[in-house]
Design a protein around this ligand. Structure first.
Ligand code: ARG
Length: 498
């Protein structure tokens, strides 16, 4: 009788009289559009609010894990039969029903319903519709909490494989291109200033190395993805005598997880995967930045094939490097997903919380984005055209062989710091008179050190400079050829893992 009205915002669900009844989403209005097919309805006196039903449903996006969900259920039913919880008739009927559902999903004829909230309940409801009472027994000894954790891990395991295959394709394209350019000279940069000459093959092989570590990271992450949460049930395990080793084996997991609370709650494996994905995207964004620079008229080092570029709607002369630019942009999006997942997990108490339903969209988009970007690169790299004369010419500018001259003086007995000083003076003369070091006369060079003699000009050539760096990891054509041979072995080893 003396209940004061509620002044809180439109989403308040208290039973008091609300003063802000004009809002479209006001609970009293929503309560009139309730639905009656509520999940686990026995416990509830009223149906779920229609907006809440939509708000809490995940079927729109988690239906993507339908095949993994079916895979998990097939293994679970088989195990329940082995331990005598299901009869073989029941388990066979479940298998027949699930296989039909798998076909319906694959063929696009499965009817997804928001009333069933998520992928798990949709499939279970359809199963019961198809096979009757046995369908209702499938959920014995499990919960959607361990089910969803299992589905994501199965999904991610497949995704990692697909990504690694694309990584391999890109690595192969890079190595093939590098093999054509072990002798192609270009300037190497630090601070984006000409530093020392390198070969284009050597530069390409730097990209290859980054992708090798990316491949390793994904394979390492897979070890922790490939552990089975099924059997943890809601959070505390189950009172049925389940055989988790059997289910793990049926699903190809390396082992069952060790703690039920941890199994249903943590998504660190997804965070780890997204971190590895962000690192790949960061690498792709670096390649992209270089390609964008190199394709510019000012650099003019490479030509990106027309098929990977677009024009401008206003400037007829433009050929824009859209693919690298878009990949560079998409790297931000994937890193955003990493942060979203970290923030999702942060401060969650044990065990499962509905928060975790939010893990899927960032994860799926990470997989899609990464696969698309890798695919675009693997398709494009074989067609990159290097402009060798232009690269060579650029290497001749900027005193790229200054370090070689200093090393030459050191070999003649000068201390490196003194050699550095002498060469600095020579560079200054070159700058003042608009000439490269190799264009300075012997007399002029001897003004800076009398140790300099005629053969210095061999040292000052680009070819001499790169040939001198003939050690493991160096830019000499011979060293790069060796790196390429090693890379082909690595690619072979990597493909054996998949
Ligand atoms: N759709 C849910 C998710 O993605 C499935 C698990 C639901 N569990 C629960 N107790 N409500 O996380």
């Amino acid at each position: 009788t003396n209940n004061p009205p509620c002044f809180s915002a439109s989403h308040c669900f208290c039973r008091r009289k609300h003063t802000f009844i004009l809002n479209r989403l006001h609970p009293y209005r929503l309560m009139s559009t309730v639905n009656s097919e509520k999940l686990s309805s026995a416990r509830f006196a009223e149906a779920t609010d229609a907006f809440v039903e939509k708000f809490t449903a995940s079927v729109a996006f988690d239906q993507r894990m339908a095949q993994q969900d079916i895979q998990g259920s097939l293994a679970h039913a088989k195990m329940l039969c082995e331990i005598g919880v299901l009869t073989s008739e029941e388990s066979d009927a479940i298998a027949v029903g699930l296989n039909q559902i798998s076909k319906e999903v694959a063929g696009g004829t499965f009817t997804w319903s928001i009333k069933q909230e998520d992928v798990h309940m949709n499939i279970e409801a359809r199963l019961t519709q198809l096979i009757g009472i046995a369908g209702k027994k499938l959920h014995t000894g499990r919960s959607r909490n361990d089910q969803v954790a299992t589905d994501i891990r199965l999904y991610l395991r497949d995704a990692i494989k697909a990504i690694c295959l694309e990584l391999l394709r890109l690595q192969t394209a890079i190595v093939d291109l590098a093999a054509q350019h072990t002798q192609t000279i270009m300037p190497g940069f630090t601070h984006l200033q000409v530093a020392q000459p390198v070969t284009f093959g050597h530069h390409l092989m730097a990209w290859f190395e980054m992708l090798c570590r990316d491949f390793d990271r994904l394979q390492d992450c897979r070890k922790r993805v490939n552990i089975m949460p099924l059997g943890a049930a809601a959070l505390a395990g189950t009172s049925y005598p389940i055989n988790r080793h059997l289910t793990a084996e049926l699903l190809g997991f390396s082992k069952p997880s060790a703690n039920s609370l941890d199994s249903v709650s943590d998504r660190d494996f997804a965070i780890e995967f997204t971190a590895a994905a962000s690192t790949i995207m960061m690498h792709l964004s670096r390649f992209s930045e270089e390609l964008v620079l190199w394709a510019s008229a000012q650099f003019n080092f490479v030509d990106i094939p027309d098929a990977f570029c677009t024009g401008s709607s206003i400037m007829p002369q433009k050929k824009n490097p859209d693919v690298p630019e878009l990949v560079r942009g998409k790297s931000g999006r994937v890193t955003g997903h990493l942060i979203a997942l970290l923030m999702l997990m942060k401060s969650q108490p044990l065990a499962y919380n509905k928060d975790n339903q939010e893990d899927k969209e960032p994860l799926f988009d990470t997989v899609d984005t990464l696969l698309d970007c890798l695919r675009a690169y693997a398709d494009m790299v074989p067609y990159l055209q290097a402009n060798k004369p232009r690269m060579y010419q650029a290497a001749q500018q900027g005193f790229a062989t200054a370090t070689d001259l200093a090393d030459y003086l050191v070999r003649k007995g000068l201390a490196f710091r003194d050699a550095h000083e002498a060469v600095g003076q020579a560079v200054r003369l070159g700058l003042e008179t608009g000439r490269d070091l190799s264009q300075l006369a012997l007399d002029e060079l001897r003004n800076f050190s009398l140790l300099i003699t005629e053969e210095v000009y061999q040292v000052l050539t680009l070819e001499g400079s790169i040939a001198a760096r003939n050690h493991v990891g160096g830019t000499a054509p011979e060293a790069v050829a060796k790196a390429i041979a090693d890379a082909r072995t690595t690619i072979g080893d990597e493909s054996n893992l998949l």
